[in-house]
Design a protein around this ligand. Structure first.
Ligand code: SAM
Length: 347
């Protein structure tokens, strides 16, 4: 009997559906970390880990990042967030953004930053049509900022934040909820969101990295944060924007321009709608924040005889096995939800 000819899967599965997992989730969002270096020392991030920085030769070169982006787009990725570490500490980052935009003019391109180093690039960021810039900012007080990040840079971030808004760039502020530090910032955050068209999102603290656990007393669950917020503003649940079906539960502030949101990886899971992959700056693909399983793409990228088709196949197979993070959390024995701190994964 004659065997059937091999099926060329790329001919039968539309590109937009190739990254589908066993839970029928279609992955369309990639977070690509360009560095694990950062100029801040946030108490829940780098300082919980003794992990040294990734040596330079192991960090993906920009051409390698570009090859990965090309493949990801081919596979159906529609949204890419550049992150780190702090992406603006890496030399040539804005040139890389420009190259990305030239090569993928229709891409929903986003950046996550601590806001300390982007002051001179604000006009360029607008020209490059960055969809939104997420600024991590845990406090609107200099003392609170210093306590959270170890650096006395609040005035710089505040100035850059104002400049981003003045330039008409969409901004989201992400604050890690820290009971002892930013509970007292709630009114200021709500006032800021009332007066500006920004989303302020509180993220539940996750124990991450080798020193995890010691911050337990700072954990501030989302339901409590919401109760605190309701003391200062009238809030109405609202639907996420069509372009932003992210994990945040959003509330509009009655009479204000901005919104308040909650990202609750610990108390309310959003695995069912998770559509993202992460690639670390040393080229490891992670399909779930709570799974330490990593697929080593750097070796494939640098191998002289392995091509883009091979890489695509690895990414497709890894995606198919994308786990449900909530299951991993339930079974975990370690305090930490991930072995690497966020700075080394790319938040
Ligand atoms: N430097 C950039 C920035 O500041 O946004 C990008 C990287 S930073 C690691 C990304 C995000 O992860 C930040 O919003 C940070 O606050 C958050 N993050 C880091 N460690 C975390 C933790 N243990 N729990 C919750 N969020 C965390």
């Amino acid at each position: 009997m004659q065997s059937a000819p091999p099926v060329d899967k790329s001919a039968v599965i539309p590109a937009s559906m190739r990254l589908m997992d066993e839970h029928d989730r279609v992955v369309r969002y990639l977070r690509l970390s360009v560095t694990d270096r950062c100029n801040l020392r946030c108490l829940y991030c780098r300082s919980t880990s003794k992990q040294p920085c990734i040596p330079h030769e192991k960090v993906l070169r920009y051409e390698e990042c570009m090859r990965l982006v090309d493949i990801a787009v081919e596979e159906g990725i529609q949204k890419i967030r550049l992150t780190g570490g702090e992406p603006f500490v890496r030399k040539g980052f804005v040139d890389f953004l420009r190259m990305l935009r030239e090569r993928h003019p229709g891409m929903d391109l986003r950046v996550t930053s601590n806001g300390t180093l982007l002051g001179e690039y604000i006009k360029t960021l607008r020209e490059l049509k960055i969809g939104a810039i997420n600024i991590s900012l845990d406090s609107l007080r200099p003392e609170g900022f210093l306590a959270a990040t170890g650096q006395d840079l609040f005035p710089v971030v505040r100035r850059n934040l104002d400049a981003l808004l003045a330039e008409g760039i969409r901004v989201k502020i992400n604050a890690v909820a820290l009971n002892g530090i930013n509970r007292q910032d709630m009114k200021a955050f709500l006032d800021f969101a009332r007066d500006h068209p920004v989303d302020v999102r509180f993220i539940e603290l996750m124990p991450m990295g080798s020193g995890a656990g010691w911050l337990q007393d700072q954990f501030w669950p989302a339901d409590d944060i919401l109760a605190e917020a309701r003391k200062w503003a009238e809030l109405e649940p609202c639907r996420p924007d069509a372009q932003d079906r992210g994990p945040a539960r959003m509330f509009s502030i009655v009479g204000g321009q901005g919104r308040l949101g909650f990202i609750t990886p610990m108390s309310h899971h959003f695995c069912a709608t998770c559509n993202r992959l992460r690639i670390t700056s040393d080229g490891r693909l992670r399909t779930c924040l709570f799974s330490d399983k990593e697929y080593r793409l750097r070796g494939i990228l640098r191998h002289p005889r392995l091509d883009a088709r091979f890489l695509s196949r690895v990414i497709e197979l890894a995606t198919r096995k994308k786990p449900l993070g909530a299951d991993i959390l339930r079974q975990r024995r370690e305090a930490a939800v991930a072995a690497r701190p966020m700075v080394a994964i790319g938040g």
